[in-house]
Design a protein around this ligand. Sequence first.
Ligand code: CDP
Ligand code: MG
Length: 148
Amino acid sequence: MSGNITFTMIKPGAVQNEHIGPILSMINDAGFRIVSMKYVKLRTKQAEVFYSVHKGKPFFKDLIKFITSGPVIAAILEKENAVQDYRELIGTTDPTKAAEGTIRKLFAKSIEHNAVHGSDSDENAVRECNFFFSYNERFAQDGNCMSV
Ligand code: CDP
Ligand code: MG
């Protein structure tokens, strides 16, 4: 599953401001296939595990507070060179420094409330996909999606 997938979250601010549709459109227009997707609200403990790499940093507490403040869209995206290409599509962490036309430039309010998450390596992409999706859910579009 490594190499051609990345993980994204549309963060609470962008969800609350009704930016889900435009952001998903940009993702599709850039050539990514949405392999799996869910609408969930993280609990504090879950967010602390997801962002454990940032534990101890000055922004950690506020990051956890923000990411648990409302529902997020979590999705697995597939494309050749997915991790790098998606980082390019979203732009840098600080939206004031992000390139024109990037998701963060268009939809982020600030470095703290920066609209979307994108994995930073193939290894982390796999870890993050596994965090949010079970085996069957990860292959939802191959016919293993849950029936309701
Ligand atoms: O999300 P990205 O990989 O671009 O940045 P990061 O360095 O992995 O940081 C994770 C998240 O922490 C960012 O997306 C921001 O939401 C937040 N952050 C912050 O609030 N203040 C900072 N100085 C750096 C990051
Ligand atoms: Mg990161």
